[in-house]
Design a protein around this ligand. Structure first.
Ligand SMILES: Nc1ncnc2c1ncn2[C@@H]1O[C@H](COP(=O)(O)OP(=O)(O)OP(=O)(O)O)[C@@H](O)[C@H]1O
Length: 769
């Protein structure tokens, strides 16, 4: 394991060549690198020789790959040709069976071809030299590791898939436990060109004919500039990370650790590993990856495809429920109420309530009798039916209950005849349309723009002021035409209570029926509005932008929960209890990978969230992996952040940073008037110094003033609020007004800690005096 004393500076990463007959320093894999430089000339020559040697092998792999791609293309074309037929009858049936075969062939061939194409970049990334003879009389076996298994014409493996058991020593071997490995080599490639090699030696003394090159692949990888998207770490996965990646699929795998310890990237590699180890189960059952925000999803979305896996569903918390997408965040106080389990009681009452403006009395002539059912009877029927049925699926049950109640008012004639006549009666049908319409969950939340209603639902559940907070928040929703992220879990909860809105069969009514229907007013039935209370789906032609806010909110169709074989949750410490319930509905039979760090939590009631989380997992076995090495932040940056969090959260999980830059974070203090200029100066500083992404992390108070900062149009600068930086990383950050970041957030200093741990290489902190 890496200790601070093992730290290297970025300057120490120039490639070196050494004969491996010297003791090795301890570094991460417990594998080390000889730091002794050979003569510069000799070194360059040796490296070039090694690269040329590896290039020859990589060329062979790509030639084989091109052949495989051609074969896959042929299979695909052949499959398509076999599918064309103009036969009929039995012959056609036979050919249809052939069609299924064709589909499977085409599907597999197309998938393989796409995979082959997408793997082109850096397909082969590793080599193991093993302490055992090779297949063709070589003194040692060399085993190449890649993103994909590739075999030659004799079906001999040229490259082993990184997830195969035979590749495990690449990640697990250490000098203490070499697992038969003498040298582990990482090949750095650009497309099919080898541009560098980095070795780790697993034995004290290498054979005389073996050259050891470079200063370690991990440090080289960490020193590189960060792009706008996360990269896979398949070439440099560390042993303890590999253990979490390859942990068994069953049950709940929890990955904890401080900032930058690779929790997210490890979890994503685990998803790829699960697909490899049990493809049938996880591809057909599906893997759901859930992260905090759309920005986060965009940040990680390329990792799995780069590992050859496309069949994973990625959702942000505002996007988990089919038919609604939310990015807007509520005020922390409103989000805290909406996320709390107390909302279940509130929503249960709302789901059981009468539809606003529905008729309160039933009056009609049925089978020659005047029937009247008063409000208490209707209320009782509603309550009884909803005890056993979801509202949107309860029409038959409620119709029967209404008929029974109507029968009870007279009890004359044939009971069954009356019940049938009642249930078929057009007046009854018309009444039910108004009294028992299908109700969309979103409509119920919009009922709660009415403060009196929310107070009624929240009686004995919500504290003073919370009902108003909710009503105000839903009013804001209605004004903006945008659901908030916290609303989505409420929509899901209500949908599970109400049932998904069913398609109504198209109505075909004769002329006389229309007349009868329109004439209902004379029976006092049509005291209701003629419009439906439920969703008013917008037409496909209308773009969402042109809809009014209410229609925008109701746009799209809310789906029931789709279930998955595996659910992977990142930044799990921030999920509200209601969000855990939302995910629980999607993972009732699934295994889980759950990633989090309590010290970065922004959710105020940890105990309630823990309860909801346990409920979502059920009684499955749970195993824990802890990550304790920070691979993201330069040590100088992480020390700064750790000092801040330790002062307030003494038990924070503080990892050890493995890399130092020799550059301390910049700290400037200005008055409010000078804030923008100071932030701009810091941005310009980092635009000159780093190659990649730069973030200005600012509290809401200063967001508008700083919005124009672009780093003189560099295209690399983003102004972002602290909460939205969760899970992300940048080459450099400018943290604006840290005291205000702490003050504005319910997570307080924990949210500031998140912001302070986003920069890989450089950071400035602009304080306001
Ligand atoms: N073995 C590794 N090799 C190379 N890079 C690594 C390795 N492990 C982690 N990293 C890099 O470290 C950085 C942090 O990883 P990641 O975002 O997964 O951490 P995290 O624990 O989820 O962080 P946070 O909790 O702060 O969001 C990423 O750039 C990742 O690629």
């Amino acid at each position: 394991m890496t200790r601070p004393e093992d730290l290297r500076t970025e300057a120490a990463t120039d490639e070196v060549v050494h004969r491996a007959d010297h003791p090795q320093p301890d570094f991460e894999h417990d594998a080390g690198h000889d730091s002794e430089h050979g003569s510069e000339h000799g070194a360059a020559h040796e490296i070039a020789k090694e690269i040329a040697h590896e290039q020859a092998y990589v060329d062979r792999v790509y030639a084989e790959l091109a052949k495989a791609a051609r074969r896959a293309g042929l299979v695909e074309a052949d499959g398509l040709a076999r599918g064309r037929t103009d036969r009929t009858g039995d012959v056609r049936d036979e050919e249809l069976t052939g069609l299924f075969e064709r589909d499977a062939l085409v599907f597999n061939a197309a998938r393989r071809r796409t995979t082959l194409e997408s793997q082109y970049e850096g397909l082969v990334f590793g080599r193991l030299d093993l302490d055992q003879p090779g297949p063709e009389g070589e003194p040692r076996e060399a085993r190449y590791i890649g993103r994909l298994g590739v075999r030659d014409d004799e079906y001999e493996p040229l490259v082993i898939d990184w997830r195969a058991p035979a590749a495990a020593p690449f990640y697990r071997a250490t000098p203490v436990e070499p697992m038969g490995v003498i040298r582990r080599r990482v090949l750095r490639c650009k497309g099919s060109e080898v541009i560098g090699v980095e070795d780790d030696l697993m034995v004290a003394e290498a054979p005389d004919d073996m050259v050891v090159v470079g200063d370690g692949a991990l440090l080289a990888a960490l020193t590189r500039s960060r792009g706008t998207q996360m990269r896979d770490i398949v070439a440099t996965i560390q042993r303890h990370q590999d253990e979490a990646i390859r942990a068994q699929a069953r049950g709940v795998t929890e990955i904890t650790g401080g900032p930058g310890t690779g929790k997210t990237v490890v979890a994503l590699h685990r998803a790829a590993y699960l697909l490899y180890s049990d493809r049938r189960r996880f591809e057909s059952g599906g893997i759901l990856v859930v992260g905090p925000s759309a920005a986060y999803t965009a940040y990680i979305e390329r990792v799995l495809p780069s590992l050859g896996e496309e069949s994973v569903t990625m959702r942000s918390l505002g996007d988990v429920v089919d038919g609604v997408t939310a990015v807007r965040l509520d005020s922390p106080a409103a989000a805290a109420v909406k996320g709390s389990l107390r909302m279940r009681r509130v929503l249960a009452r709302a789901a059981h309530d009468a539809v606003p403006d529905a008729p309160t009395t039933f009056r009609a002539f049925v089978a020659g009798r005047a029937i009247r059912l008063d409000p208490p009877v209707l209320d009782r029927i509603r309550a009884q039916v909803l005890r056993n049925h979801q509202r949107n699926h309860a029409l038959p049950a409620v119709t029967r209950a209404l008929a029974e109640a109507a029968w009870a008012t007279h009890r004359e004639g044939e009971r069954d005849e009356f019940l049938d006549a009642f249930e078929d009666h057009l007046e009854v049908e018309a009444f039910l349309r108004q009294w028992w319409p299908q109700v969309d969950a979103r409509e119920v939340l919009l009922w709660m723009t009415d403060g009196a209603r929310v107070r009624r639902y929240g009686q004995g559940v919500l504290a003073a002021g919370e009902a108003e907070l909710l009503a105000d928040s839903f009013t804001r929703t209605l004004e903006t035409g945008e659901w908030s992220v916290a609303d989505v879990a409420l929509i899901d909860d209500l949908t599970s209570r109400l049932g998904v809105v069913q398609d109504e069969p198209a109505e075909e009514r004769g002329f006389y029926e229309i007349e009868e229907y329109d004439d209902l007013t004379q029976y006092g039935v049509a005291e209701v509005r003629a419009t439906r209370q439920g969703a008013a789906p917008a037409t496909g032609r209308q773009s969402q932008r042109t809809l009014d806010p209410r229609d925008r909110l109701m746009h799209g169709r809310i789906g029931g929960p789709e279930e998955y074989a595996h659910v992977l949750v990142d930044e799990a410490q921030d999920l509200s209890p209601m969000q855990w319930r939302m995910l629980g509905r999607r993972g009732r039979h699934s295994s889980w990978t759950v990633v989090g760090d309590a010290a970065q939590a922004s959710w105020p009631d940890a105990a309630e969230a823990a309860r909801a989380r346990s409920e979502a997992f059920g009684s499955q076995e749970r195993r824990m992996f802890h990550m304790d090495t920070n691979y993201r932040n330069a040590r100088e940056i992480f020390d700064y952040a750790a000092t801040v969090v330790r002062a307030e959260v003494p038990d924070a999980d503080i990892p050890a940073a493995v890399r130092e830059t020799g550059v301390q974070p910049m700290e400037v203090t200005v008055d409010t008037a000078g804030l923008v200029a100071a932030a701009e100066a810091e941005v310009d500083r980092w635009v000159d110094e780093v190659e990649g992404s730069i973030a200005v992390v600012a509290p809401a108070e200063h967001a508008a003033a700083l919005a124009g900062l672009t780093g003189t149009g560099s295209g690399r600068v983003q102004v972002i609020d602290p909460m939205s930086t969760k899970g992300l990383e940048y080459d450099a950050t400018v943290i604006v007004d840290p005291d205000e970041i702490t003050a504005e957030s319910p997570g307080g200093v924990r949210v500031l800690y998140v912001a302070l741990t986003r920069a890989a290489h450089r950071m400035s902190v602009v304080r306001v005096a």
